[in-house]
Design a protein around this ligand. Structure first.
Ligand code: ZN
Length: 211
């Protein structure tokens, strides 16, 4: 029995060649750990990744107002607030649309949050998670630094481990220590070559707090 996602794909496309290619792409994406929301071009209506948009007429109103893809909900790398969305797309101010906003915001952030919780073996409070995104946009006046920060948060930063999933000829090992798998946690936190750096940060923070 096909999954709900496959059934949506099959409803939208009957060409067996295109369908096979789409299914193969979706499988690869799952293997890469980028299932569900992974592109700002993800349509809001009739998307196998966002099933709410297949059944809820509220999102059709959004579509008619110009919000046709997930990327329309962003200003650069920042998710628009409901108020900004209302102003930008002339949405009615009502609970009906606010509920849809909460649903779609949850959809955008939940898989990323869950992946970080799994990697860090912690539970991240929803308010803390929102602050993380706010800080990422304020971390520097340098757009390149901010962009890198958002790529890391979105887990789309190309680590050796991710590169290896795209190209098996590329080494999955960390380029600093060359001994362990270079995933996000290792490359930015646990690599033995970074311990001196992180110790310095902790030392500096202790000095600032307890001086
Ligand atoms: Zn390393």
């Amino acid at each position: 029995m096909p999954s709900v996602e496959s059934a949506v794909c099959e409803r939208l496309c009957t060409n067996p060649i295109i369908l096979s290619a789409v299914k193969a792409w979706r499988s690869i994406r799952t293997i890469e750990g980028r299932a569900q929301f992974s592109s700002p071009l993800t349509p809001i209506l009739e998307s196998p990744d966002f099933l709410l948009g297949c059944h809820d007429q509220g999102f059709r109103v959004w579509h008619n107002q110009g919000i046709t893809k997930i990327g329309d909900l962003f200003d650069g790398q920042t998710l628009l607030s409901f108020l900004q969305l209302q102003q930008q797309y002339s949405l009615q101010k009502c609970v009906f649309f606010f509920l849809r906003y909460l649903q779609i915001r949850h959809f955008i952030t939940k898989t990323t949050k869950q992946a970080w919780e799994r990697d860090l073996d912690i539970t991240i409070d929803d308010l803390d998670w929102q602050e993380v995104w706010v800080y990422a946009g304020k971390i520097s006046i340098c757009n390149r630094t901010k962009s890198t920060q958002f790529r890391i948060l979105h887990r789309t930063h190309i680590t050796p481990a991710l590169k290896n999933k795209m190209d098996t000829n590329a080494s999955p090992l960390c380029s600093k220590c060359n001994s362990e798998t270079g995933n996000l946690i290792h490359c930015f936190w646990s690599c033995v070559k970074l311990q001196c750096y992180w110790s310095g940060i902790v030392k500096e923070l202790l000095f600032l707090v307890f001086q």
